[in-house]
Design a binder for this molecule. Structure first.
Ligand SMILES: C[S@@+](CC[C@H](N)C(=O)[O-])C[C@H]1O[C@@H](n2cnc3c(N)ncnc32)[C@H](O)[C@@H]1O
Length: 220
């Protein structure tokens, strides 16, 4: 098998696999095309125990789910949406919602959150394991992180599979992984160190379980 040529985060973010305009970026809060359906939980139920709820959405697309949540959460709720592109048709965000156009590979919050989500966003991030480790430290002590994760996208530098080792390391660090739903979750903020060194991304890894072209993440 020829070794894949790997891209830096900067080059990856300019590649056609990340700039794919057929991606589903418009999931709402509840309903058929929604966060509740993809996450297997209603984000508002999850946030209901917190007097001033906070929700960080990584790779937030159009930010529809957070916009809908802002209308139904207390005034002092904190909602943060981070996306490389952001909403394509910008309309003013509700006061509780901050929409940040940035790469999740470099952006860092200045606070912790009760809920952190990444709905079908990791598929386009090179250093997925690095982002998961960083995001674990952005949770409140009782906070919940949920992200879609495809172990098949985690590879060694020569292209051989490393997904099983990645899931084992994530479980050892306290994450749960449900292979059927491809959902990774973590309850409670913590410091996570995973025994993987990121070496680059393969934009030609092909379609993943969603049927869309996705990125291969390579680790030594
Ligand atoms: C399949 S869409 C999902 C959007 C949204 N979560 C939803 O379900 O409606 C993936 C999103 O990831 C974003 N994305 C890809 N790479 C990113 C990166 N490095 N940093 C931030 N966002 C990124 C894309 O711009 C796109 O909006």
């Amino acid at each position: 098998m020829p070794e894949p040529s790997l891209l830096t985060a900067q080059d990856l973010e300019l590649s056609s696999v990340v700039a794919n305009n057929t991606m589903n970026r418009e999931r709402g809060l509840t309903g058929v095309n929604s966060y509740a359906r993809e996450l297997g939980l209603d984000p508002l139920d999850e946030l209901s125990g917190s007097p001033s709820p906070s929700w960080l959405d990584l790779c937030s697309g159009e930010g529809r789910a957070l916009r809908e949540a802002a209308a139904r959460l207390p005034e002092d709720a904190v909602l943060t949406a981070v996306d490389l592109v952001g909403p394509l048709a910008p309309t003013p965000a509700p006061p509780a919602l901050e929409e940040i156009v940035a790469s999740v590979t470099t952006w860092t919050p200045t606070r912790t959150y009760d809920l952190i989500t990444c709905v079908h966003g990791l598929h386009y991030v090179g250093d997925q394991l690095g982002l998961l480790a960083r995001a674990a430290s952005w949770l409140t002590p009782e906070g919940l992180l949920v992200a879609h994760f495809d172990p098949d996208s985690v590879r060694r530098p020569d292209g051989s599979p490393a997904g099983r080792a990645a899931v084992t390391a994530l479980r050892t660090a306290g994450f749960r992984y449900d292979a059927r739903s491809h959902r990774l979750s973590l309850r409670g903020g913590r410091s996570v160190v995973l025994p993987f060194r990121y070496v680059g991304a393969d934009p030609d890894a092909g379609p993943n379980y969603t049927g869309q072209p996705a990125v291969g993440s390579h680790y030594a």
